[in-house]
Design a protein around this ligand. Structure first.
Ligand SMILES: Nc1nc2c(ncn2[C@@H]2O[C@H](COP(=O)(O)OP(=O)(O)OP(=O)(O)O)[C@@H](O)[C@H]2O)c(=O)[nH]1
Ligand SMILES: [Mg+2]
Length: 303
């Protein structure tokens, strides 16, 4: 006999499920928190602001609940079509969420209120992150300043990096999820395909290895991803820049810089996919890709 298509009601009774958006200013630790909460590095993390450009879904499934986290780009004033697409991704995620976790940097002296308007009239928690950098009493005035700005249900001091108080944050989130059956299969951890994460890993290495405008002028596209029998997977990625001068910097003397980028990216891609790969990198210049709808759409942005 075929198994029933729907789970019997009894199995879903008391089960909670909902979308939880992680939002806030750039560089406050949204992606670090997402990775720590789901126990796997899905979203790229760098020391530089504006790292995340897309909305990324990650599911945390337990017996009695499923939390669907949405990582979002940090809120910026748009200067390019790219920024507009990033803010579109952030506001869409916030709009779709059952609960918002607004993340703030506890080591800042005053609130960076960018994006606070997003939480108006929405159920929201404040996660005061990077508590490992400050003494608890020193963070109190900042917490109060945040509470004066936004109508948060709770303030939870955490350190995403040290994984401190994440159990309390999870419990606080769980209590606020709507009742309902799981929306995604129990073993699913993200809605993005492998090639998305592979491109993101290359972008992360570019953020780490190059300075000034290079990371912000770069997009990475996977042009070929071939699983081969008895041979390493073949991955060909195109790195798109906005100027010829950047091409020289990215490639470096005798190709040294590009080689270093390729090695660093390949190592992390292999760790992520858990298999060896051959990574082939190409560099292209498309002067105005950040403002061209056709390019942005080809990179997966909604314009
Ligand atoms: N000390 C400390 N550093 C942290 C913590 N959480 C994140 N960071 C660091 O803060 C920097 C930014 O972290 P991300 O997770 O990329 O921040 P984000 O909010 O996703 O940034 P965007 O995607 O650019 O908006 C990185 O260098 C992290 O290692 C924390 O709890 N403590
Ligand atoms: Mg991020």
């Amino acid at each position: 006999m075929n198994p029933p298509l729907l789970m019997p009601e009894a199995a879903t009774e008391g089960h909670r499920c909902g979308y939880v958006a992680l939002a806030g200013a750039p560089n406050v630790g949204k992606s670090t928190l997402l990775n720590a909460l789901v126990g796997q590095k899905l979203s790229i993390v760098t020391r530089k602001p504006q790292t995340t450009r897309h909305r990324i879904l990650a599911m945390l499934t337990e017996d009695d609940h499923q939390i669907i986290f949405l990582d979002t780009p940090g809120i910026v004033t748009p200067r390019y079509g790219l920024h507009k697409a990033m803010m579109h991704a952030a506001s869409n995620a916030v709009g779709d969420a059952d609960l918002l976790v607004f993340i703030a940097d506890a080591s800042r002296s005053a609130p960076d209120a960018a994006g606070i308007d997003m939480i108006r009239d929405r159920p929201a928690l404040l996660a005061l992150n990077k508590m490992d950098l400050v003494r608890q009493p020193d963070a109190l005035p900042l917490a109060e300043a945040w509470l004066a700005l936004g109508d948060f249900d709770e303030v939870v001091p955490i350190s995403a990096r040290k994984k401190t108080n994440l159990d309390i944050l999870l419990k606080t989130i769980r209590q606020r999820l709507p009742l309902g059956p799981p929306l995604y299969p129990r073993n699913m951890i993200t809605d993005r395909p492998e090639r998305f994460f592979v491109a993101e890993i290359v972008r992360e290495k570019i953020f780490n290895l190059y300075r000034q405008e290079i990371p912000y002028s770069t997009e990475v596209r996977i042009v070929r991803f071939e699983e081969r029998k008895n041979e390493k997977d073949f991955i060909s990625a195109e790195i798109v820049l906005t100027a010829d001068t950047q091409k020289g910097i990215l490639i470096g003397k005798k190709g040294q810089a590009l080689k270093r980028l390729g090695t660093a990216a390949r190592k992390d891609i292999e760790a992520f996919l858990d298999r060896p790969v051959y990574l082939d990198l190409h560099v292209k210049v498309r002067s105005d890709w950040r403002n061209r709808a056709t390019f942005l759409r080809s990179f997966g942005y909604r314009t």
